[in-house]
Design a protein around this ligand. Structure first.
Ligand SMILES: Cc1cc2nc3c(=O)[nH]c(=O)nc-3n(C[C@H](O)[C@H](O)[C@H](O)COP(=O)(O)OP(=O)(O)OC[C@H]3O[C@@H](n4cnc5c(N)ncnc54)[C@H](O)[C@@H]3O)c2cc1C
Length: 466
């Protein structure tokens, strides 16, 4: 196991010299805040020894150099909404908070891009783009709290990925502090580029293990003026999930295709204090269509209604804000039932999503924990929220292990992977080792060793140091 040195008074002094005393936190009550993220998995939490808030890229670079000099690990942290224990400092050491680096540096309407520091909130980017008649298409459900650097580091997905892709598809270029403290500018605002390795894309999605992202040049696209959201309600799980591949094949190019099982329909409706159709027995598909032309929207809506009907929808209604409120509150709503939970983030080919949801929902009935299922179904990404209820810690761990083994083998058999958007973090590290092809895993480790020989950046995440 990798060994690090403790954060001594000398290290704290060196950090203070870089960012100022005010921005180096060592008080136990402050450190306690940064031991966890949104993962609700207390057994994974670890307390940092010091929290540092740099103001700019140069300060980030100096902090990383200090970490190398004293052999102390650094965990970059944005808003801490990770549900994979990504922002947890596994080996303690330094937590580097990005929240002071929150300036929007440029909006280029003609070139359709925006340059931002990594600590800008995602929703602020979305809103600013919208005010210019443009769209920033990254849209995780946590967008009102998460920061763009966290989205880039995890390659966050969300509600618009079916049409626009995940966060990595919204980026022209990034500025990164490498594990040796050098500053690299990777990528460029170009439509195409075949000039060497695509290093920006290597860093994006690496969960802070290959570099600390400090700035990003984000793509903007024209905002579609016409949009309609539809709620298709089913009273049969099989029919609700079978709609998805049919929709994709029909060429409607939807922006979102979201699925919620009835457990989520009820818990999120209660939490939001709203009643939607078939609260008692409904499975929901929420579909968004956007167009640049009113006739095209009408045409697509007609086709959509016909497909929903043919697939056995009980109700097909316009989805207003209430539906999206319920959808956005899904994860939060389950916290009423249990403070210990885990969120699975499996991804399979879109053609297999219906089979996958049905099989794993059936499998989950064999266990004592409570399972809620929702899916970014249009991109084959399903989330199981698994809640510990009336069981000992030992039984919880044992049953979870058994379920995961069955689920992961099944998903890999379908050609899927462990995580579609939340990342591996600390939580899935062992499973990453177990399920990843050994040649692929060794390649990842070789890259990590080459870029970060001291294994300083975010150790204990994605791939094991051993
Ligand atoms: C209610 C809720 C809904 C969610 N919905 C979605 C969703 O729809 N889609 C989705 O993909 N995720 C979702 N998530 C998960 C989470 O919000 C995303 O993973 C998000 O991208 C994390 O952003 P953050 O700013 O909170 O980053 P953090 O949680 O602080 O960090 C995430 C990871 O990135 C690393 N990191 C952070 N900043 C940097 C940086 N500047 N440079 C390098 N590494 C960095 C951290 O070390 C960590 O490994 C949801 C979470 C919650 C709680």
């Amino acid at each position: 196991m990798k060994q690090y040195n403790p954060v001594t008074a000398e290290v704290v002094k060196a950090l203070q010299d870089v960012v100022g005393e005010k921005y180096v936190k060592t008080a136990p009550d402050v450190l306690d805040v940064y031991k966890s993220d949104e993962s609700l998995a207390p057994s994974y939490w670890r307390t940092p020894e010091v929290v540092v808030l740099p103001a700019n890229t140069e300060e980030v670079a100096e902090i990383v150099k200090i970490a190398n000099k004293y052999n102390v690990p650094v965990t970059p942290r944005s808003a801490g909404t990770s549900v994979s224990c990504g922002a947890v400092p596994v080996y303690h050491g330094i937590v580097l908070l990005m929240e002071r680096m929150n300036r929007i540096l440029e909006v280029n309407e003609e070139g359709m891009y925006m340059v931002v520091e990594a600590g800008v909130r995602t929703i602020d980017i979305q809103n600013l783009a919208k005010s210019k008649g443009l769209l920033y298409a990254g849209d995780p459900c946590s967008s009102d709290s998460c920061l763009i650097g966290g989205n880039l580091a995890t390659n966050a997905g969300g509600n618009k990925a079916v049409r626009y892709g995940t966060t990595r598809h919204q980026v022209y270029a990034i500025e990164v502090v490498l594990p040796n403290g050098k500053i690299a500018n990777l990528g460029a605002p170009l439509k195409k580029c075949s000039t060497g390795f695509c290093l920006d894309q290597l860093v994006i999605g690496s969960e802070g293990t290959l570099g600390i992202i400090t700035k990003a040049t984000l793509k903007l696209v024209p905002l579609c003026p016409y949009r309609l959201d539809v709620l298709a309600v089913f009273t049969d799980l099989g029919k609700a999930t079978a709609l998805v591949p049919n929709l994709i094949k029909a060429g409607l190019n939807p922006t979102s295709v979201e699925f919620m099982d009835n457990n989520f329909v009820r818990s999120a409706s209660d939490y939001s204090d709203l009643r939607l159709p078939h609260y008692e027995d409904g499975y929901y598909d929420i579909i968004s269509i956007e167009t640049f032309n009113e006739d095209e929207l009408d045409d697509k809506m007609e086709k959509l209604a016909a497909i929903c009907e043919a697939c056995g929808a009980t109700d097909v209604v316009e989805a207003d804000d209430r539906v999206w409120t319920v959808r956005r509150n899904c994860l939060e709503s389950t916290r009423v039932f249990s403070k210990v939970a885990t969120s699975e983030d499996l991804v399979v080919p879109v053609t297999k999503i219906a089979d996958c949801i049905q099989s794993l929902v059936e499998e989950s009935k064999k266990y004592d924990f409570r399972v809620f299922c929702l899916a970014h179904a249009g991109d084959g990404n399903l989330h199981f929220q698994i809640l510990k209820c009336d069981m000992s810690d030992e039984e919880w761990e044992k049953q979870l292990e058994e379920f995961r083994d069955v689920a992961y083998k099944y998903v890999y058999g379908l050609g899927g992977r462990l995580s579609g958007e939340h990342g591996i973090g600390f939580k899935r590290l062992d499973y990453m080792e177990k399920y990843t092809d050994p040649v692929e895993l060794e390649l990842m480790k070789s890259i990590k060793r080459a870029i970060d020989p001291n294994w300083i950046l975010n150790p204990g995440k994605v791939i094991s140091a051993d």
